[in-house]
Design a protein around this ligand. Sequence first.
Ligand code: GLN
Length: 198
Amino acid sequence: MTTIGVLALQGAVREHLRAVESSGVTAVEIKRVEQLDEIDGLILPGGESTAMRRLMDRNDFIPAIQAFGEQKKPIFGTCAGLILLAKAINGDENAAHLKLMDINVARNAFGRQVDSFETELDIKGMAEDVNAVFIRAPYILDVGRDVEVLCEYDGKIVVAQQDHYLCASFHPELTDDNRVADYFVQMVEESKKSTTVL
Ligand code: GLN
């Protein structure tokens, strides 16, 4: 049985649990670091990255999630979760959190005029018409050599993958379009197969 955890300290947790379950696997809320041992993949939800970071520090989540990723277990960051995964924020590595993905991000980057909007995205490997909701979203300013850009919107990178790490600027869990969750579930199932000793 494949189990995916959603970091449940702050943000859009419930919607991710529903999306993961719609993809046919078990979803659990992660509130303590010990629970990371029981899951095959982890989602870092949208919310407020600075607030989430404060709560993560109270529970020592930073080193625990870094160790989880180093075991090659897939992690998917959406919106604030993308910011948490980044190696640098506006070029500043000291401002970064988990530093697991070689991406440099800008927060709240679409500007005040378009704080929130909904659009269709053509995402490589997923679909040409994914329904996407952006809320005070970040985007990726630049990526390292090992990072594959899966989607750009308005000339800005909004979806990227680096090996077993996936990130999206928007909130895939807020629509009924489950194809982004399906893609991550598949990443988790493939990683499980390749790490299972036969
Ligand atoms: N603006 C938020 C941040 O900087 C992210 C917004 C979101 O997750 N919807 O953390």
